[in-house]
Design a protein around this ligand. Structure first.
Ligand code: EPU
Length: 331
């Protein structure tokens, strides 16, 4: 157990904040022992989807439970269990090395395996829930383990039961995924097709390379410029509201959803409000993707939060649409 530990190296925004006490956890047994002594105030994975708006009192536990095991396999697929503290992208690379597909579209997403189900990570037409089998978690209060199957997790767009009813109540120790040996490539996104133009029989490795190229072309590398990926979720609005907006803004970008809902990219809305590439103090909206807020160095969490709230207010003012943070706010 360490005291007064800087969390700056533990969050991709690069925000300076301290944990009163800090402990890296490397096994389920160790976790259960610790929980008997003290309840943590916060559980940290890769720190890639959080905004620290102040110091964290009490105990911060960092998930460093490792291990990758193939539980079952046949000619078609493999069921693989990943330790909650494994790095997400390294796990994708491990799968590719073993000829296993299903998560290549989720290449280069920062963060850990254990954090992936919390917001049901997704990109380029694939969400974690598409390959998810189950996860094991430990209830912080009782110290008991429980298996959560797909239907228990209530996955939605950037959403799960772990962001709602069970928020801050469990520690995800492992996640089990169903990976393919007979692959089904998902290349419907225009950018993927464009990058893979001329590749005759694309492989899962090719798709992964394309995704890496696309992400690197517009998303800032946290090692160079602090950020937490998309700061807001893409809002969904009723079709009537959308039709009215389309009259006023004929170029509005949109995706049709079931149930008469329309998804509008928050990045487009934010850009239209003039925020793209705009710097405010030590923070700003990224120049290539305005949905990503960045720390130019020395920003406080409060500063980023203030910018986010100004952006939210201007989007509401111009479009009448309320956008909501996708990152977890920690203080
Ligand atoms: N757009 C703009 N201006 C901007 C940003 C975007 O006009 O500043 C437009 C784009 O031109 C495009 C549309 O908005 O027509 C969508 O943009 P993009 O394809 O970049 O995707 P996104 O909706 O902004 C979502 C995810 C990303 C994920 C990509 C690709 C959310 C909140 N974000 O972004 O996830 O990588 O799709 O699937 O759903 C993350 O969660 O951290 C993340 C990066």
């Amino acid at each position: 157990m360490q005291e007064n530990v800087s969390l700056q190296p533990h969050n991709t925004f690069g925000i300076q904040a301290h944990a009163q006490r800090f402990k890296a956890v490397t096994s389920v047994k160790e976790l259960k022992q610790l929980l008997k002594q003290e309840q943590p105030t916060f559980i940290l994975g890769g720190g890639s989807n959080i905004l620290l708006t102040g110091d964290v009192s009490g105990l911060v536990l960092k998930n460093e439970i490792r291990g990758i095991n193939i539980l079952k396999e046949n000619k078609e697929e493999a069921i693989v269990q990943f330790g909650g503290g494994e790095d997400w992208h390294q796990s994708v690379l491990w799968a590719l090395d073993h000829g296993l597909g299903g998560i290549e579209n989720l290449s280069l997403i920062p963060g850990t395996i254990g954090a992936a189900p919390i917001q049901n990570i997704g990109a380029y037409g694939v969400e974690l829930q598409h390959v998810f089998v189950s996860l094991e978690a430990v209830y912080l209060k009782s110290g008991r383990s429980r298996v959560f199957h797909l239907s228990d997790c209530q996955f939605g767009y950037r959403d799960s039961v772990f962001k709602r009813r069970l928020k801050g109540k469990v520690f995800i120790t492992s996640v089990t995924l169903r990976l393919t040996k007979k692959h089904r490539l998902r290349m419907s996104y225009g950018a993927i097709q464009k990058t893979l133009e001329g590749v005759v029989h694309p492989t899962i490795q090719d798709v992964s390379k394309a995704i890496i190229e696309i992400r690197q072309s517009k998303l800032p590398d946290p090692a160079e410029l602090g950020n937490s990926g998309s700061f807001f979720k893409n809002p969904e609005i009723p079709v009537q509201q959308f039709n009215a907006l389309k009259q006023q803004f004929p170029d509005i970008v949109f995706y049709e959803l079931p149930n008469n809902q329309i998804k509008v990219p928050a990045g487009w809305l934010i850009e239209q409000c003039g925020w793209k590439g705009k710097r405010v103090g030590n923070t700003g909206a990224h120049s290539k993707q305005s949905l990503v807020l960045v720390n130019y160095g020395g920003a406080t969490g409060q500063e980023v939060w203030n910018l986010a709230m100004d952006i939210k207010a201007s989007v509401l003012d111009k479009f009448g649409i309320s956008i909501h943070p996708e990152v977890n706010i920690v203080n």
